[in-house]
Design a protein around this ligand. Structure first.
Ligand code: B1M
Length: 213
């Protein structure tokens, strides 16, 4: 299995979309767990590409190709991922998006898919979402949770602005606000008055469940 995940990792690291897609189809054919394939195969490949880019060994277009390969493979696995959870009952309504100024959407989409697969009605607003839209959408769909992703140190302050706007409109107590993304942590969540931080998709489901309980 580790060899299969190694191939997934390499395909994404090299930005080889065709190979990444072929491996995703193989995972489906061989009943390999779709979340394991993403988390243990493709994600480490993308992180490796990010590290190489950071060290000046890859150019930005090559990093974009790695991200595109990862997204294409994840799209093939998405139906299996959605079917992998227990969908008997809705545990709550979630509005999720990546904060304004930030176009990183791969992790956010994974979190949205896993929440949805685990019985949360998920409204995915996409990436580069204005602060006000999180609040308007939460009000409009009657959300229980607002999940805000931020991957840049320059955009994470937007998560606080969502909370500030909720307070300004006197609706803060209606929602559980959860934050996530590479630069965030529990300390940051506490500092900005969020209800919690999740480091990955499974932790987001566990956190949401603990808050529902
Ligand atoms: Co960008 N990028 N990037 N990038 N990129 C990072 C984030 C960076 C850390 C790379 C680096 O320097 N090593 C760095 C940020 C540095 C910083 O702020 N301190 C960076 C930078 C600088 C930039 C640009 C500014 C580069 C430039 O143009 N000069 C630019 C910014 C553009 C913008 O947003 N305005 C940029 C662009 C890009 C690409 C377009 C090339 C591409 C994004 C493609 C896309 O998403 N459609 C990209 C990528 C791929 C990365 C890295 C390599 C990988 C991100 C990723 O998708 N990881 C990243 C390096 C890294 O993270 N190590 C990097 C896989 C994904 C599954 O994990 O997103 O962490 P992640 O999501 C996880 C958890 O964080 C958590 O669960 C997910 C699943 O496990 N989670 C949540 C995420 N959101 C959550 C929300 C929740 C809960 C959990 O709600 C409750």
């Amino acid at each position: 299995m580790s060899n299969f995940f190694g191939e997934c990792r390499e395909a994404v690291r090299k930005g080889d979309r065709e190979a990444a897609e072929a491996l995703a189809r193989r995972a489906l054919a061989e009943n390999t767990d779709p979340l394991d394939t993403i988390e243990s195969g493709y994600v480490p490949g993308l992180r490796e590409a990010g590290r190489l880019w950071d060290e000046g060994e890859l150019f930005l277009p090559e990093l974009v190709m790695a991200a595109e390969a990862m997204k294409a493979a994840a799209a093939i696995l998405q139906p299996a991922l959605s079917a992998s959870g227990r969908q008997q009952k809705t545990h709550g309504r979630v509005v999720i998006g990546t904060i304004e100024g930030d176009i990183h959407d791969i992790g956010k989409t994974l979190v949205a898919t896993i929440l949805s697969a685990n019985g949360y009605e998920t409204h995915d607003l996409g990436a580069d979402v204005p602060v006000q839209r999180f609040v308007d959408e939460a009000e409009s769909v009657g959300a229980d949770f607002i999940c805000i992703s931020a991957l840049l140190t320059t955009t994470m302050a937007g998560q606080k602005r969502v909370i500030d706007l909720l307070k300004q409109r006197s609706v803060r107590d209606k929602y559980r606000v959860l934050v996530g993304g590479a630069p965030c942590n529990e300390k940051w969540a506490a500092q900005i008055g969020a209800d919690g931080y999740a480091g990955d998709a499974i932790s987001a489901v566990k956190l949401a469940a603990s808050l529902v309980a």
